[in-house]
Structure formats: structure tokens, C-alpha cells
Design a protein around this ligand. Structure first.
Ligand code: MAN
Length: 499
């Protein structure tokens, strides 16, 4: 072996780390080591260009290849990746500009090999241990959550079947109840007809009495008016007597002229009492003002004690009111009303039964129409509510129903939105929900909430925020969201391919 060959070999040994039977330069993962083996004549071919350089140019801290692949372990080529093995923790690629920048980026400190700048402590074992512990906890959480989820799926399915059967059964009893209601309706109509007839008869008779009383009263008033107008008691009311009554001043000029008086006397000079009652009184009864009697003007100065006058007035009023009131129905009408009342009560009862069953059917159908997730695993949350209190508000979520907010200091609840739809990503549609059409925000949109779901051992509202005015975001943990952890998910990733 020549001295020259020996020196070349020694360079190769210094730039290649030998591990797992294959050498590789600093910053190169094992999976790419094969690309960094010295070629014929101890050369290195840049990985993405046709350039070729002596192998010792690799990691010589000078960027030779246009694609930068000759410097995987230095900061010489911009935007390259440096691979940290991080044994005991998770291997990672860091930006090549971070190599030897005086800051420890890799937990194994391999990015800071020029130790004059900084000496990094290897923290990979500790970080790896912590990470493994976290992963074990997360795995346990997912497993426990997933087991609960299985129960939810079972319950969801059962509820679905129960509600389906219930809806069908209720539909049947609804038919029967409608039939019963129809029977009661017929009976009600039958009972109401004689009741109506008897009531109408009674009311008509009462109307007739009232009309008679009114006519008699009117006649009395007319006769009194004749007496009052006939000042000279000559059994006639004439124009001059009419002229002393200012209410007959048609043109409101302050005096009642003879013409105006005649106008009311049917163009005559005077009227007899019979004529007055029959023809004149109907014309003037709305405007005629009876003279105020002396005893009436003196009313307030009455010598009797005020309370006595008051009582007399009240008594008269009560008497008049009593007279105005329709008398009670006769016994037979009362009996018919009682029979009809009972028929109405029975009908109303039957009607209420139909309405109740209709509302139960509607609830069962509402349940059946809801999308409770691919396996009905979210059905468990229906008809339940969860709260979260922060600095200012208590937020409430009733899944598949509504979301609300109320001030901690008291005050009314604000509707933040009603159940809208699932709102997850295109490949994970059940990861989020949307509640919308809440109370309108002043000068803004209707309030709405996006619920981000995550796996948790318990159903819990974890947070509530308002990223944009009146657009809220809740985080909600539920076992329904837990998927079964796979062995691959929890065995990998400790050391990549470097184990
Ligand atoms: C209330 C609350 C808030 C909201 C404002 C908008 O105070 O609902 O969350 O931002 O109204 O005016």
C-alpha cells in the first residue's frame, strides 16, 4: 500500500462515521448513507446535479454542489437539512444554518460539534423518557376512552332501536286516540246544539225585555221633554218655546231663529203632544238638553251628610247595573250547559291526548333524524348539558341542541347558536360541530359556535373563547372521539431508523 493510498484512506475514515456496518458523513441519516459512499476513484456525485467532486469535499465546510448535497453536516450550503440522531429520543432534521451556531438544537448536541463555541449536554435520554411516559399516558387515555366509546356505540344503537319502535307504537296509538277524539267530538256537537238553542232563546227573551225597557224609557223622556218645552202649558210646543233652547242653534250664530225652530218642528208653527212624541222627538232626542232641576244644582250643598249621599248614589248605580244584567238561565238551560260542559271536557281531554302523543312522536323522530356520528357514538350526549366558566362568562353546551353564554355577575342568558351540522375537515368530518343562528350581534353577524372535539376519558367542556366578535370556539373532550390506539402508533418514532 502506497503512502498516497494510505493518506486517502485516512481522510475517508475521518469523514465517514461507521455505524451498522455502513459509514456515512455527519448529518446524514442511515437511510441515506448509501448515497454518501465514495464512488469510483474516491469521488462524490452530487445527488441532484451531474457534478462530481473528490470525496474529501464532502463536509469540508465549502459548498461545491449546486444542490448543496456535499455539505449535509455543515452550515456551508444554504437551506439544507442536518440530521440529528438523538439516540434515546426522536431523531430530527434541523436547518443546516443552525449547525455550529452556538445554540444546542439537537438533544444529542450533534449540531454543535465545534466545541469551542458551546459544549452541549446530551438530554436525549431524559427527553425520551418523558416522551415515552407521555405516550404511555396518552395511549392509556385513548384505550380507556375507546372502551367507553364502545358502550356509547351500544347504547346509541339501543336508543335508536327503542326510538324507532316507540315511534311506530305511538303512531298506532295515535290512530286510536284520533278515533276516540272523533267520537267525543260528535258527542260534543250533539250536546252543544240544544245548549246553544236554549241559551239563544233565553238571550233573545232578555234582549226583548231590554228593548221594551228602553222604548218605555224613551217614551217617558219624550213626554218629559214635551212638558219641559211647553213653557206656557198650552199643550203645544211652539217655535218661540223652541227658540229659548240654544241647542237648536243650527248655524251656531248664537241665537235660535224662527226658521231653525221650525226646522225641528217639521216646518210647523207648533206641535201637539202626539205629533211631538211620534215625529219631533226622534229628530231632537240626541241634542235636546233637559233643564237642570233645582234639587240637582243644589246636590253638592245637600244638607245630608256626604257619606249618606254617596251611599244613595252608589245604591242607585248598583240597582241600575243589576237591572242591566241578564238574569240567570232557567234550570233546564243550566242542565243543558252542564251536559255540554262535560262533553267539552271529555273532548278536550281526548284532544290533549292526541297532541301529547304527537309531540312524543315528533321527539322520537327528531332523535331518529339526527346524525349522531358514524356509529351513533355521540347519541349519548343528547339531552345533556355541559358548562365551562371563565373570567367573565359561564358557557353552556347542550350537544345537538344549543350553546349559550351568561354573565358570571348575573343577567340573562345569550343564545350563541342552535345545532347546525358537523363541521370537521374533509377527511375527518366528525371532528367538529357548528351551532348557528344565535342571537344577533349588534352591528355584526348572528352568534355562532364551532366546537372542536377531542378524545377524553370524560365528557367535558374544556375551553370557550371568542376568536372573532360573536364567533365563538369551544373545545370539548369526549370518549366518543377516542379511536383505538394501534401498536404502530406507539412503537415507532423513538429513534427512527437509527435503533
Ligand atoms: C356580549 C357578549 C360578547 C360579545 C358582545 C358583542 O357582551 O355576547 O361575547 O362579544 O356581546 O357586542
Amino acid at each position: 500500500m502506497s503512502a498516497m493510498l494510505l493518506s486517502v484512506l485516512s481522510v475517508v475514515v475521518t469523514i465517514l462515521v461507521v455505524e451498522g456496518g455502513i459509514g456515512r458523513p455527519r448529518g446524514v441519516p442511515l437511510s441515506r448513507a448509501v448515497l454518501y459512499q465514495p464512488g469510483e476513484g474516491n469521488t462524490f456525485k452530487c445527488l441532484n446535479t451531474v457534478q462530481e467532486f473528490p470525496f474529501e469535499y464532502v463536509n469540508d465546510d465549502y459548498c461545491d454542489c449546486d444542490d448543496g448535497t456535499d455539505e449535509p453536516g455543515t452550515a456551508a450550503c444554504p437551506n439544507m437539512k442536518f440530521f440529528c440522531q438523538n439516540k434515546g429520543h426522536v431523531a430530527e432534521d434541523i436547518l443546516s444554518s443552525r449547525v455550529n451556531d452556538g445554540y444546542c438544537d439537537c438533544c444529542d448536541g450533534s449540531d454543535e460539534y465545534q466545541q469551542e463555541k458551546i459544549q452541549c449536554t446530551n438530554t436525549c435520554d431524559e427527553l425520551g423518557r418523558k416522551r415515552r411516559e407521555d405516550l404511555v399516558r396518552e395511549k392509556e387515555l385513548r384505550e380507556t376512552g375507546f372502551n367507553i366509546r364502545k358502550q356509547y356505540v351500544e347504547e346509541g344503537l339501543q336508543n335508536l332501536q327503542t326510538n324507532k319502535a316507540l315511534a311506530e307504537e305511538l303512531e298506532k296509538s295515535k290512530e286510536q286516540m284520533i278515533g276516540e277524539r272523533e267520537d267525543f267530538e260528535v258527542k260534543k256537537t250533539e250536546a252543544e246544539s240544544p245548549e246553544k238553542e236554549a241559551k239563544e232563546k233565553h238571550e233573545k227573551a232578555w234582549e226583548a225585555v231590554k228593548a221594551e225597557r228602553q222604548a218605555a224609557g224613551d217614551k217617558l223622556k219624550a213626554a218629559q221633554a214635551f212638558q219641559q218645552l211647553d213653557h206656557n202649558r198650552d199643550t203645544f210646543v211652539d217655535t218661540s218655546e223652541m227658540m229659548s233652547h240654544p241647542e237648536f242653534d243650527i248655524d251656531s250664530d248664537g241665537t235660535v231663529s224662527e226658521e231653525e225652530a221650525k226646522e225641528y218642528l217639521e216646518d210647523q208653527e207648533r206641535s201637539t203632544e202626539d205629533e211631538f212624541l211620534e215625529k219631533i222627538w226622534p229628530n231632537i232626542k240626541e241634542i235636546y238638553k233637559a233643564p237642570v232641576e233645582e234639587s240637582e244644582t243644589k246636590g253638592d250643598e245637600d244638607m245630608s251628610p256626604p257619606s249618606a249621599t254617596h251611599t244613595a248614589v252608589e245604591d242607585k248605580k248598583a240597582e241600575e247595573e243589576e237591572e242591566e244584567k241578564m238574569p240567570d238561565y232557567d234550570e233546564e238551560t243550566k242542565r243543558l250547559i252542564e251536559v255540554a260542559d262535560e262533553a267539552r271536557r271529555l273532548y278536550d281531554e281526548a284532544d290533549k291526548k292526541v297532541k301529547d302523543v304527537e309531540s312524543q312522536i315528533s321527539n322520537a323522530k327528531k332523535y331518529l333524524e339526527k346524525d349522531f356520528g358514524p356509529e351513533n357514538e355521540y347519541a349519548f350526549l343528547y339531552n345533556k348539558c355541559f358548562e365551562y366558566t371563565e373570567r367573565e362568562y359561564t358557557y353552556k353546551l347542550c350537544p345537538f341542541d344549543k350553546a349559550s353564554q351568561r354573565p358570571k355577575s348575573g343577567g340573562s342568558e345569550t343564545n350563541l347558536g342552535l345545532w347546525g351540522h358537523w363541521d370537521g375537515t374533509s377527511d375527518d368530518g366528525y371532528s367538529a360541530q357548528k351551532y348557528e343562528k344565535g342571537q344577533n350581534c349588534w352591528n355584526g353577524p348572528d352568534r355562532s359556535v364551532k366546537i372542536l372535539l377531542q378524545c377524553g376519558m370524560e365528557n367535558q367542556l374544556l375551553s370557550a373563547s371568542e376568536p372573532s366578535r360573536c364567533e365563538y370556539q369551544f373545545e370539548f373532550a369526549t370518549p366518543a372521539r377516542c379511536t383505538q390506539p394501534t401498536p404502530e402508533e406507539y412503537q415507532m418514532n423513538y429513534d427512527h431508523d437509527e435503533l
